[in-house]
Design a protein around this ligand. Sequence first.
Ligand code: IPD
Ligand code: CA
Ligand code: CA
Length: 264
Amino acid sequence: MYKIQNKIKPILLKCLKEAGRILKKGLHDRAVVHKKSELNLVTASDKAAEKRILEIIGSAFPDHAMLAEESPPMGNSPSRWIIDPLDGTTNFAHTFPAACVAIGYEFEGRMQTGGVYDPFRDELFFAERGNGAALNGKPIRVSQISKIGDALLATGFPYDRRERADEYLALFKPFMCSAQGIRRMGAAAIDLCYVACGRYDGFWELFLAPWDKAAALLILEEAGGRATNFSGDPLTLEDKQNLASNGRLHEAMLAIAGKFKHYG
Ligand code: IPD
Ligand code: CA
Ligand code: CA
């Protein structure tokens, strides 16, 4: 395991950089190749970035399993890569430069290594279990804000937002009435990394997929943050209710989100 771990980081970084280059080049293509639903887009760059990531990992670790957003799950192994080749696809399809590549490496069901790369700001968030989290090589920590009235929070609205607008807005309102400000940028992996480095103090969103959060949750944890479902249990990749914070704010955010634990 230790020997494999030494090889994980360079391969993960190579994937992030190469996929990031593909995204940067593709931003002005506006090429939506497919719609998974009315609002859930797939661009040529999602496909191209994922193809390259799968090639790199597949040739370095042919026996590892991979869960990538645009492909069926592959392989069966205690080593598994969880890949979002382009997080922030709606932004990307509109040339709004807030998008990233997110890749996590898990061993026996536990995230070990995670990287999120935003090629538009050239920001690379990275963490290895037990070694802390960094942004472009410099250690990061969550913020110290402890009052929700002083907090800058972030959220996202899932792709079924037209059908479930009332529910999502009902949850939004008490946060809106409590926080200093709320941002909705459209890339959940970046949102979580921004909590990790203190730009945001907390985040919530319903129905994230494993690839939206796998890498960033390790980065958040290693930066001293906390992530749970709306009942306060440690967040799993399968949970539908996602609440993340700098830790100090968590109970205050749970007091709000906990009233919506029947959602999901
Ligand atoms: C989406 C983004 C968005 C979030 C959605 C995700 P995609 O991922 O992270 O911010 O609100 O829930 O599905 O489709 O751009 O990879
Ligand atoms: Ca995503
Ligand atoms: Ca995606």
